[in-house]
Design a binder for this molecule. Structure first.
Ligand code: PMP
Length: 433
């Protein structure tokens, strides 16, 4: 069993560093180009959905089930069969859905831009007329959520992620006392990057919140709702709209998902849902913005997947491809780091990421060491608002895109970088002592 690095003598630290620098130099000479930076499906996963392009070509039937010619203008919120399919998948009545373009992130940006410019269904005035607008951001979290807030001038407040979701004591206290807090981000299932699924109790407490802002919005980004890795289902998430209805807060959540990592990122379908009141308001605004989305893509998706069982069977094929990659990451981290007390990491049962924590103050150095060896990681800090990780500790590992061989090499280098960065820090501490 390896010793904790903190228990090593100064001589032992020096000796190990020497040895690891030599190994590092060998890797550096290999001229590698490995990318673990973004949660992208690999080519084999993308190939699973190519049949989607055949179904319409074969039949050349472009009519929706109510006889609408989907090649033409019209239908704002989705063709009936697509609304039925995704309504069933998300557990939302069809009339409370909006099937938009190709990106849920785009729908989220657009929703918040609308609230800034016009307010939402419960606002007294547009948010841009408020002196300050703030959002609660569970951390670590999804960099692009934080990017939207930064772009729109919404001030972000960090709240820690705990094993069962955001720290609800902190969230409840914040929203109750500060009316400038207009909303909160959440990735409630297999969160990015932690892989955490909110517990039923967390969901209940979110639904029961009493925000000081009357137009508070719970941004419920359920991007990974069917992205299970294991056959045995350990994580489950209550339906936020149903739970909110029990507390009379059904106008608070705005629910998002997309088929980006079911079919094809960039060529999928994005979906928004909310209460009747919320969606009536949103659709009215969207009516001024567009004549309608790509309905042919909706037909393509419905005819390819057919029903919810079809989507679930398809997701099992994705899982079969990426599960070994998550297992490899976990195995390598255990093999190289166990006992040394220089890092901890998540072991998600779904989603696209592993969240790794170095010792405080080491993450940037790990990123640099990996980068100089040709291993690209998500920029350190990106998992926190304004790109600032207060502990310089969190690193998001995205294992899906590289091949197993590439991933193995990348993780060897990653583990070596974690060891070097931790030993360098230990050496510095000894010098300072
Ligand atoms: N939300 C989360 C939590 C994500 O991780 C991602 C993709 N990385 C997205 C949204 C983006 O989804 P889309 O492709 O639908 O814009």
């Amino acid at each position: 069993m390896a010793q904790p690095y903190s228990a090593l003598s100064t001589e032992e630290i020096k000796g190990k560093l020497e040895k690891f620098y030599q190994l590092y130099k060998i890797y550096q000479g290999e001229d590698l180009k490995l990318d673990m930076s973004r949660g992208k499906p690999c080519t084999q996963q993308l190939d699973l959905s190519m049949g989607m392009y055949k179904v319409l070509e074969d039949t050349r039937d472009f009519f929706s089930e109510d006889g609408f010619d989907c090649r033409n203008y019209g239908i704002l919120d989705g063709v009936p069969e697509a609304k039925r399919l995704f309504g069933e998948l998300m557990g939302v009545p069809e009339e409370q859905l909006f099937i938009g373009g190709n990106s849920s992130l785009n729908l989220m940006y657009d929703a918040l831009a609308k609230f800034m410019l016009l307010g939402n269904a419960r606002s007294e005035r547009p948010w841009c007329r408020e002196e300050k607008v703030k959002f609660i951001c569970p951390v670590p979290g999804y960099d692009r959520h934080f990017g939207i807030c930064e772009e729109l001038g919404i001030e972000m407040i960090n709240v820690d992620m705990l094993p069962d979701g955001p720290d609800m004591d902190a969230v409840e206290a914040l929203v109750a006392q500060d009316a400038s807090i207009k909303g909160m981000w959440s990735v409630p299932m297999y969160s990015n990057p932690e892989g955490t699924t909110y517990s039923a109790e967390t969901v209940r407490r979110l639904a029961a919140m009493k925000p000081a802002a009357p137009d508070f919005v719970l941004m419920w980004d359920n991007a990974y709702m069917v992205h299970h890795l294991e056959k045995e289902r350990r994580d489950s998430l209550p339906n936020i709209l149903d739970v909110c209805a029990e507390y009379g807060s059904e106008d608070m959540p705005l629910v998002f998902t997309s088929t980006s990592k079911i079919s094809l990122p960039g060529s999928g379908l994005a979906i928004m849902a909310g209460s009747r009141r919320t969606m009536a308001y949103m659709k009215k605004r969207i009516l001024a913005q567009t004549i309608g989305p790509d309905k042919i893509n909706q037909l393509r998706h419905v005819r390819f997947f057919k029903d919810v069982d079809g989507i679930m069977a398809h997701m099992e094929k994705h899982a079969a491809i990426i599960r070994p990659k998550f297992e490899l990451v976990d195995t390598m981290l255990h093999r190289h780091l166990d006992g040394r007390e220089i890092g901890r990491w998540s072991r998600p049962y779904g989603g696209y990421f592993v969240s790794f924590f170095t010792l405080d103050g080491c993450a940037k150095r790990v990123e640099q060491l990996c980068g100089d060896c040709g291993v690209k990681l998500t920029a350190v800090g990106a998992t926190y608002p304004y790109g600032k990780d207060p502990h310089d500790a969190n690193i998001r590992i995205a294992p899906t895109y590289p091949s197993l061989e590439e991933l193995q090499k990348a993780m060897e280098i990653f583990c070596l970088a974690v060891k070097i960065a931790s030993l360098e820090q230990a050496a510095r501490e000894r010098l300072a002592a």
